[in-house]
Design a protein around this ligand. Structure first.
Ligand SMILES: [Zn+2]
Length: 265
């Protein structure tokens, strides 16, 4: 398409105007942003409002709720959420009260000590031993720890003595460590000599790098197929810490130990 001289001049001036306007808008936007930032930093300046608050008035809620609350730096009160402070985790209920004792959060049980800190590792409560994973989640089912196998029932209590689990009889010493397993009353299992819990045969997959183990040997995070496969404890010994969020949604160690990996025949 051809333009005459006047049209070209018009187009040029329009383009110039557009360029000028854009520049101006950008400048104005910048100054607005700077103003907003200045205002925000002024607002955020009195830091004393954030952090821990002790409330003298009781809320009349459950006995496990204390009167501590926590305010974020933007002034928002922590409600129904975890707060990490000094490497310790605390849970605040829907009223913003720090919780202590057993708490069920998103279908998992956690134990928060008297000062509200989330417990991890071994914990004796009443006459029972429990194991809280590094995430704070209460352990149920089999756990291999320092070369010993332990079993926690559905309420998280470590079992001792003779127990029948999944149709097989196991013996645990007073510390909870598995000492012996034998086939159940049916006696037909060809597995009598095995001392490893059922889960040891199950297989997970892991790559050359990363911290996850996978249910799927063709998970797209491998960019091909998995470099390694083995039992859950082998994966953990190889430095893998948790299930892959892509191929193993909703998978837990317990589920693998109970059901096995559907990809492994
Ligand atoms: Zn995966």
């Amino acid at each position: 398409m051809d333009y005459n001289k006047e049209e070209v001049t018009y187009i040029k001036s329009t383009l110039l105007l557009e360029r000028f306007t854009l520049k101006n808008i950008r400048k104005r936007l910048l100054s607005v942003t700077v103003t907003a930032l200045t205002a925000f930093s002024l607002m955020a300046a009195p830091v004393s409002a954030s952090g821990w608050h002790h409330n003298d008035s009781h809320h009349g809620s459950s006995a496990s709720s204390s009167t501590w609350s926590y305010h974020h730096e933007d002034g928002r009160k922590a409600c129904s959420e975890w707060v990490c402070d000094g490497n310790k985790w605390y849970w605040f209920d829907q009223n913003g009260c720090m919780c202590t004792g057993w708490q069920e959060i998103d279908s998992c049980w956690y134990y928060l000590n008297a000062s509200g800190e989330m417990a991890t590792g071994w914990k004796q409560i009443g006459n029972s031993w429990y194991y809280l994973q590094s995430s704070g989640k209460m352990k149920t089912g089999w756990l291999e720890l320092d070369g010993e196998w332990y079993y926690f029932d559905g309420s998280g209590k470590m079992v001792t003595g003779k127990q029948t689990i999944g149709g097989k009889t196991y013996t645990f010493d007073s510390s909870g460590a598995l000492t012996d397993s034998s086939s159940g009353s049916s006696g037909s299992s060809g597995n009598q000599t095995s001392t490893a819990p059922a889960g040891e045969k199950q297989v997970v997959f892991w790559g050359k790098t990363g911290t996850k183990y996978h249910i799927d040997p063709h998970c797209r995070s491998f960019k091909g197929t998995a470099a390694n496969s083995g039992t859950l404890s082998q994966a953990k010994a190889a430095g893998r810490e948790d299930w892959c969020g892509i191929c193993s949604k909703s998978w837990t160690d317990e589920k693998l130990l109970q059901q096995g990996n559907p990809n492994v025949k």
